[in-house]
Design a protein around this ligand. Structure first.
Ligand SMILES: [Zn+2]
Length: 261
């Protein structure tokens, strides 16, 4: 069995080497490392160059909560410089639930407009360089889908999608993908999404170090914990784990692994 963790904030770990060693023991062969701004994206590229097993597939991007005019400029230059070395663009998208966007906050519309501008410009790069965008769409489900579609992306991953089912229908009809995190074991919204999406459109991830829930406890995750995403998805779909691993790993490989990587 081989597993791919399709979303890991590897820059957030102090002991990356130890974390990666445990990933190998959990049969993780590849990890998609994602950035949230220019500094973390550069760190992901550095980690990808420093480790061979498991292989780190680097993604760079500007996360909605990190958007500033200056960051937009620097992330676009980084994408231009490094596009040949990238496996995807992420983590990018929209988030209308962040603090500055809550009701009655002054400047709310400007923040929203800047998020959309940053997302659109990165989607244009994704299309230009044939890179799959890893889309964060929290609270901005319909707008996130609309922008991806308007920018003409053939492929996209709606990471940890838990939005309305009518938007999910559009995501699937457009040929896009969703992902299973360890929350597939307990999040009713995520379980609903995963039960409706065909297995061939689902990839596995951790979003580590975001904690997973075990009873009342919250335990920080790492790439090895993608096994919990697998376990939960297999139980939900009533398909053996080996088969779910085979199909999701094949899908992730098609999305992110370039020939000669
Ligand atoms: Zn993330």
């Amino acid at each position: 069995m081989k597993l791919i963790d399709c979303h890991a904030h590897l820059d957030e770990f102090d002991e990356v080497g130890t974390v990666l060693k445990r990933a190998v023991e959990a049969r993780v062969t590849e990890i998609l490392g994602v950035g949230v701004n220019t500094a973390t994206s550069r760190r992901i590229l550095e980690i990808a160059r420093g480790y061979r097993n498991p292989r780190i597939m680097p993604a760079v991007g500007l996360y909605p909560d990190e958007v500033t005019e200056e960051e937009i400029g620097s992330i676009l230059s980084l994408i231009d410089e490094e596009h040949r070395n990238l496996a995807a663009l992420g983590e990018i998208g929209l988030d209308y639930w962040i603090k500055p966007l809550r009701k009655k906050q002054p400047g709310r519309e400007n923040v929203k407009a800047l998020q959309q501008e940053a997302f659109r410009l990165q989607l244009k790069k994704a299309r230009r360089y044939s890179l799959v965008p890893i889309v964060h769409s929290r609270g901005a489900w319909a707008d996130s889908f609309r922008l991806v579609e308007e920018e003409g992306l053939e492929r996209a991953v709606f990471h940890w999608y838990t939005g309305p089912l009518e938007v999910l229908k559009k995501i699937l009809a457009a040929g896009y993908y969703v992902s299973a995190t360890p929350a597939a074991a307990y999040s009713p919204q995520l379980r609903e999404v995963l039960s409706r999406a065909p297995l061939e459109r689902i990839i596995l991830e951790t979003d580590c170090p975001v904690p997973r829930r075990v009873g009342d406890e919250r335990i920080g995750t790492e790439p090895a914990d993608v096994r919990y995403s697998l376990k939960a998805l297999a139980a939900l779909k009533e398909i053996p784990e080996e088969e779910v691993a085979r199909i999701t790993t094949m899908t992730a490989g098609e999305l992110f692994i370039k020939p000669g990587f």
